[in-house]
Design a protein around this ligand. Structure first.
Ligand SMILES: *Cc1c(COP(=O)(O)O)cnc(C)c1O
Length: 367
């Protein structure tokens, strides 16, 4: 394939939108104007036509295959970002006279809980405020109230850099997880969940779509009387094609899934994630305190490695220099400061080695 190795690529540590496999970008560019000789672009294709629908069906089948999703789950895409789900979930599943349990582990689960409060009663089954969102409950011991409509968790807190190492067992209470930032980065036992969803722009493609996986019996028990678009039933009854789907983003997901399959599937992604994140945590842990990880090590994210230096000046210096070396996105989220290296599936291990070398060199000069 032309172009693949000719471009000098930056090292892309952005938290989202984020790095995509260069093979996927190349394949998209080669088929952008003329999709596999069909004389039009996927960008121009009708979502009611064969060219899109063939690709769409393949994508849904690939998602089921890669994630090993049982038949009793519906799979579809929506626009509106993961953020739209913060209200759609309680609208559909928070029982009118009931309550929902939320584990508030940081920015994203906090936003979800706050939206749910505008719709119904929320019980914080875990409140991370006292630990400044640097820790999480022990998944083996964590239980929702048995009367809760569901338990909501965020699988990986992208801003705080903490991740559930395993998921709580919730019995009859449906477990709902936002997997936006660790989607498809490790095998997941789908049957333990009522619903899994995530924006695709971290591990699965460009911005513009959210992928939803919902168990059919949960769907059947949803609240009635919702506006058409906000009712999950609308989308599943139309195979996810009630309105115009994010065609371009879905095509990209298809190609990223092919890439995941070629690279060892979810077990392969997990192995890569562990080795890449360990490289960074090792530099931090072996820096004699020059670099510091603020998070409980039992819950360290394999995706977003958050770290601090002694002063903000030093942090800014490191970020400014890193840009000159072609490393992008190392500045921490504006709400927490510090540094953050996002090492999603598509980030080459070589880029992590480059960052590690640079961090060691920076410490040697400034430490
Ligand atoms: C990025 C992110 C979101 C928000 O996604 P949008 O698509 O921008 O709405 C939600 N949850 C998590 C965990 C995220 O990382």
């Amino acid at each position: 394939m032309k172009g693949r190795c000719e471009v000098e690529r930056k090292k892309i540590f952005f938290a989202g939108p984020s790095v995509m496999p260069v093979e996927v970008l190349t394949e998209m560019s080669e088929n952008l104007v003329d999709y596999h000789g069909q004389g039009l672009s996927m960008l121009e294709a009708s979502h009611r036509g064969g060219m899109f629908e063939d690709m769409y069906d393949e994508t849904l089948a690939l998602i089921r295959q890669v994630m090993d999703i049982p038949d009793e789950y519906e799979v579809f895409f929506l626009g509106g970002g993961a953020t739209l789900q913060f209200s759609m979930i309680p609208l559909n599943f928070l029982k009118k006279d009931g309550f929902a349990d939320y584990a508030d582990t940081g920015t994203w689960s906090g936003k979800a809980a706050s939206d749910a409060k505008t719709i119904g009663t929320v019980r914080l089954a875990y409140d991370g405020a006292s630990s400044h969102y640097t820790s999480m409950p022990d998944p083996a011991a964590f239980k929702p109230d048995s009367a809760a409509s569901y338990l909501y968790i965020c699988s990986n807190e992208t801003v705080g850099g903490i991740e559930w190492p395993a998921y709580p067992e919730t019995g009859n209470v449906p477990l709902i997880a936002d997997m936006s930032s660790d989607f498809f980065s490790r095998p997941v036992r789908v049957k333990d969940f009522g619903m899994i969803y995530g924006g695709i722009q971290k591990n699965l493609g460009p911005a513009g779509a959210t992928l939803l996986i919902i168990r059919k019996d949960l769907l059947e028990s949803r609240n009635s009387g919702l506006p058409t678009y906000l009712d999950y039933g609308t989308h599943v009854s139309q195979k996810g094609l009630y309105n115009t789907p994010p065609v371009f983003a879905i095509w990209a997901v298809k190609l990223v899934l092919d890439w995941i399959v070629r690279n060892g599937g979810l077990a392969g992604m997990d192995e890569k994630a562990r080795s890449k994140s360990s490289l960074l945590y090792d530099v931090i842990d072996n820096s004699g305190g020059f670099y510091r990880s603020p998070v409980d090590r039992r819950f360290r994210s394999r995706m977003n490695i958050v770290f601090r230096l002694a002063t903000e000046e030093l942090e800014n210096e490191l970020i400014a220099e890193s840009k000159k070396l072609g490393m992008l996105g190392l500045k921490g989220h504006r709400s927490v400061g510090g540094l953050r290296a996002s090492v999603y599936n598509a980030l080459p291990e070589a880029d992590v080695h480059a960052l590690v070398d640079y961090m060691r060199d920076f410490q040697a000069r400034k430490g």
